[in-house]
Design a protein around this ligand. Sequence first.
Ligand SMILES: [Zn+2]
Length: 294
Amino acid sequence: MKNKTPTLLCVHAHPDDESSKGAPTVAKYKQLGARCILVTATGGEEGDILNPKMDKEEVRENLAAVREAELQEATKVIGYDEVIKLGYRDSGMPGSEANKRPDAFYNIPIEDSTDHLVEILREQQPQVVITYPEDQSGYPHPDHLRVHDISVRAFDLAGDPDYKPELGQPFQPLKLYYSLWTKAKILAIVERFEKLGLESPFPKDRLEREGQDHLVTTQIDVADFLDIQRRALLAHQTQIDPTSPFWFGLPTEEQADAYSSEDYHLAKSKVEVSSISNGTLETDLFDGIELSFP
Ligand SMILES: [Zn+2]
């Protein structure tokens, strides 16, 4: 069966990742008429409270429920049609006690968590899937590493007619993207902070870190959707300090003017993408897919 509705599915690790990574892109495709689905692997139970105003006992005690409500609010702002939770527990930062819990996402056998995603892909039938890149050395959270691994596996297995028919009718997504954070973007933003006489919130080591610029195949112009991202971030009250210069230091018009796109790497494709074959950047995640937006 072929899905005729343009459908975009994003896989994330914790509530708030869907707002900090790729939210403007999803908001854009939602406005174009795509069906947008979020898969979140964990409840973010191990997250710290990063907004001092929310650091209260009743919040700490109910963090999973609070983060669930924040997730619902943020995804409404972004425009997700559906939020599917894999229901695993946050594995915590590397080396923390939470790493050892058997219900932590990272400790679930990878075949099981992959199958969970295969079943969702077969049911939801997205043509386009976005996940995290292979190299996450800048932020090697075990749950983020695992999101990448199950996404890459599930992308191939979902369409394999011989693989576990009990997980649903085989469906092959057509394109798999990695979301990237490029040095070009950081430098453009830092430069804008300085030009406006504002102090850059990017620590020096961040500027020295190797970027993933060489992987960019695709740039999505999201100038008109940066406000939506800010509103989605603010919904994550425990995770995002509304005074954070990192997220809110530049007016959105300045951010859009300094660097208006989100950068992606087309990691797997079942369709021919003419821009990439011609050596130019792709500007639409659905390029090469024969589907029409409403
Ligand atoms: Zn995360």
